[in-house]
Design a protein around this ligand. Sequence first.
Ligand SMILES: [Zn+2]
Length: 97
Amino acid sequence: MTYVKNWNRKAQKESMIEKWEQYTGKNCPAYCSNANCDNKLDDDNKCGAHVYKCNKDGKQISGTIYIVPLCKECNNTYNEDAMRIGNDNLLAPLNKL
Ligand SMILES: [Zn+2]
């Protein structure tokens, strides 16, 4: 089990979800990767979110940035909560995309 937080960056035009799908060889999941979120990832509600790993208290534990499929609500810049990701396979390292 992994905790992550949003990594703040300037908005990007390119679809990180497409890159995530290419890297993992999977389609974007039907639901948000945040284990505590039930939102569906419809076409207008899915984001390839930039996140970093942290501990349960939100302290960063790795410099690696990952792409993970999140809903818009979870990907919001103002969401500074540590989010629990149930499956490590959902994290695609940005530098490999
Ligand atoms: Zn969500």
